[in-house]
Write a protein that binds this ligand. Sequence first.
Ligand code: PEP
Length: 248
Amino acid sequence: MRRKLVAGNWKMNGSIAANALLLTQINAGFGNAGCDAAVCVPAPYLSQCQALLADSAIALGAQDVSSHDAGAYTGEVSAAMLLEFACRYVIVGHSERRGYFGETDELVAQKALRALHAGLVPIVCVGETLAQREAGQTDAIVSRQIDAVLSLIAENELTKIVVAYEPVWAIGTGKTATPEMAQQVHAVLRQRLHARSATAAQEVRILYGGSMKPENARELLAMPDIDGGLIGGAALKAADFLAIIHAA
Ligand code: PEP
């Protein structure tokens, strides 16, 4: 049985005052939730959020990591740096990074590998655009994206990753994949994992992301291959994020 994970992706939002209020409220409402939870915050706030989460069951994460170890890479943040702030998770290959910053499957795979080798859990995002869905390419696109990552990772390390299926057309748009649509793609991703390792297929958590909110979380999370959520907009409102956590 895979324990569910609900991870918030704050994107480029927050301030010192807003973060303090949000995490204080989330900590207070977390109670004895039966799932794992994390917040992936902008890099400048890692230290503040590390302190705010010091006695919390909620884990800290980042939104990106360099594919390099160290050196002359202006603006980059290394996996070792994230670990110094007690990060457990790092998102790699979010569609906004692929779309706006030209990240390729190969770069995303390198980032996932670098994170893994440093001891972080990469949350590897995959997902199709609306045009790709309408052209019937969804399964091929997500398979290509996940295979690029899986092919770089040693079999005995595959169980250490998290995958997130995030249809690009559902991110921040209010449009959500139906539970059945999401489940179908999660099953494809599970098959890709199985092609590399039966154990990984059994153990790796596949999150759904794309306008998940309190109103649709329970139905999505009830599907057999949906093992949690990657939450954007709703992670910025304590009540909504907590409602999703308690639905998981
Ligand atoms: C995301 O960006 O990872 C995401 C799922 O965003 P939203 O929940 O706002 O659609």
